[in-house]
Every structure is written in structure tokens, then in C-alpha cells.
Ligand binder design. Structure first.
Ligand code: RIB
Ligand code: CA
Length: 311
């Protein structure tokens, strides 16, 4: 099977942690490295969490710390959802290897330069590192095959009424990504709110009975409680792994190629993704927007990865 080489830029974060497992354990993906960005927690916490998830699941790839705040703004952790550590809910083993000594953006450049094939960048946190990479290494843009990001929404937001958290954290970063005119896939709340961790999914996780599955179940139970407390959603949406799943099997979602712009100035709407589903503006289509999920296809690959990580 031909593997898709990717770099995962993330802010672990409960759903980021599951995305790391899927990227590392699905045979269709070659995980070249992990970079971290502040979002669900401050940069030190999300970086520590990335190393600890790698230790738990015996993943050995280069990990580098990236941007500690947005291109223009400061950082604001989503501790109401992910807790004080940014990954509350279960103890995680200590890291088994050290961080790379270079910045996350420079690790992206190093890995892209070294790759014999074009690389896909997957962003499951604010897009700061990916935007900085595009600005600092314009000569490497031609080595990028695709940018897939979890973020935005064709409807309502989750950090403000109209802005999704990752994009709200750094809207200028999405503007840079859109202006790159690279192939872009958007995994927004419209589709991620279909990737629910239902009771049946929890039962399947519990039945695995491995150290990895028990830890992930503990983390997801925490995530389920905070999500319900904040958003009154009894089953929490597992956002980030979908950004990997679409690279494994493009039929896991139904998409539309439409125009997406980012609102940078709206008093009440800054950070909103303006998704022109019905082409009402006549603006050029620029983003492949995932809208519908094949629930069983997604959870089969996600649960398989958790199972493999525990063996
Ligand atoms: O809005 C959901 C996104 O924000 C997810 O990536 C979650 O991990 C947080 O980063
Ligand atoms: Ca995330």
C-alpha cells in the first residue's frame, strides 16, 4: 500500500491524542513527525502531552515544540474542555525521548526538505506553525502536496457563536494558508459533530482492555464530561482524527469544493470561516469542505488504531 507522508501539527488535547494514534498506527499513513502549537493548553503543556502520548503508544517520531501564541494575538487555553494539563482524565507515562532541539516550524522544513515525496501537512490545532512555515520557507511550498486542517465551520462556532476554536485562536494563520493556493481540505464542526463517541464506542474501547485503551478511555470519559457540561452534548465529538481519516480513505466523508474566506475584522464574527456552500458570492472555490461522515468507516479505522497501539 502506498503511504501518505504527513507531518501532524497539533495541540494535545484529547482529540489530538487520538489523531496521533491514528496517524501512527494506520498503514496508509507515514507519520514523519509531530509539531506542537499552543491552543488547548499553553505550549509547554501540549508539548509535554505529545511526548507522553508517544510514550504511551510506543510511537517514536521527531517531536518539536512550535509557536506559543498566535501570529497577532496571545494564547488562550481551552482548559474548560481539556483540563489544567490540557489532557486531563488519565495518568500518562513520562516521555521516553527528548524533544528535537529546533523549533517546530524548522522541523517541518527539515522533514519536507528530506522527503523524497511531497508531504501533506495536517493541522489539528491553531494553524500558526503551518502559516509560519509557508511564510518562512516559500521555496518549500512546491514540496507540499496538501494541507488538511481540523477547524472552522460552515455554520455556528464553538469558541464564539460564529468562530471555531482553532481558527478563532489564529485567524490570520488561516488567511496565510488560504492564500497559499495549495490543495486544502477543511474538516469543520459540521462533519466533526457527527464523529460522536457514543456509548457503543465506549463499550468497544472498554472491551479492548489494554493499557493504551484503558488510558484513552479515561481521557475520553473526561472529555465527554466537560463537553456535556459546556455544550450539553451527551456524546462528545472526536474532532481531530477526521483530519487523518480523510487521508486514509477519502470516502469517509462527503465533501464540497467551495469558496472559503476568513473573517478577520468582524466585531462579533472575527475568526468565522465564511463557507459559500451554494456559491452565492461567485467567489472562486478554494477549499474541499467535508460535510458528511461515514460513521462506521471512521470508527472502524479509529478503534483499529487504538487496538494496534495497545498490542
Ligand atoms: O474546535 C475543536 C478543535 O479545537 C479541536 O482541534 C480541539 O482539539 C481544539 O484544538
Ligand atoms: Ca486540537
Amino acid at each position: 500500500m502506498k503511504k501518505t507522508p504527513i507531518i501532524l501539527d497539533c495541540d494535545p488535547g484529547h482529540d489530538d491524542a487520538m489523531a496521533i494514534l491514528l496517524a501512527a498506527y494506520n498503514p496508509a499513513i507515514e507519520l514523519l513527525g509531530i509539531t506542537t502549537v499552543s491552543g488547548n493548553g499553553i505550549i509547554d503543556k501540549v508539548t509535554e502531552n505529545a511526548l507522553r502520548v508517544c510514550a504511551l503508544a510506543k510511537i517514536q517520531v521527531p517531536v518539536a515544540q512550535g509557536a506559543g501564541n498566535a501570529i497577532l494575538g496571545a494564547v488562550e487555553a481551552a482548559s474548560d474542555i481539556h483540563g489544567e494539563t490540557a489532557l486531563d482524565g488519565a495518568p500518562l507515562p513520562a516521555p521516553t525521548f527528548a524533544l528535537e532541539s529546533i523549533h517546530g516550524v524548522d522541523l517541518i522544513a527539515q522533514l519536507v526538505r528530506k522527503s523524497s515525496e511531497k508531504v501533506t501537512l495536517v493541522g489539528t490545532g491553531p494553524l500558526t506553525n503551518i502559516a509560519l512555515f509557508l511564510k518562512m520557507y516559500p521555496e518549500l511550498k512546491s514540496n507540499i502536496a496538501h494541507i488538511v486542517f481540523m477547524g472552522g465551520s460552515a455554520s455556528r462556532g464553538n469558541r464564539t457563536p460564529y468562530a471555531e476554536f482553532n481558527i478563532w485562536m489564529d485567524p490570520e494563520a488561516l488567511e496565510v494558508v488560504l492564500k497559499s493556493e495549495l490543495p486544502i481540505t477543511m474538516i469543520g464542526l459540521d462533519v466533526t459533530h457527527q464523529a460522536l463517541i457514543t456509548k457503543e464506542i465506549f463499550d468497544k474501547l472498554e472491551a479492548m482492555n489494554t493499557e493504551v485503551s484503558k488510558t484513552m478511555t479515561g481521557l475520553m470519559r473526561f472529555f465527554a464530561k466537560t463537553y456535556n457540561d459546556v455544550f450539553e452534548m451527551p456524546d462528545p465529538p472526536l474532532h481531530d482524527p477526521l483530519a487523518i481519516a480523510v487521508l486514509i480513505d477519502p470516502t469517509v466523508t462527503k465533501n464540497r469544493f467551495v469558496n472559503v474566506e476568513i473573517e478577520l475584522n468582524g466585531t462579533h464574527t472575527r475568526g468565522a470561516t465564511v463557507v459559500d456552500i451554494y456559491n452565492r458570492t461567485g467567489r472562486k472555490a478554494n477549499v474541499n469542505v467535508a460535510l458528511e461522515l461515514d460513521f462506521d468507516k471512521f470508527w472502524n479505522m479509529m478503534l483499529d488504531a487504538v487496538d494496534k497501539a495497545g498490542r
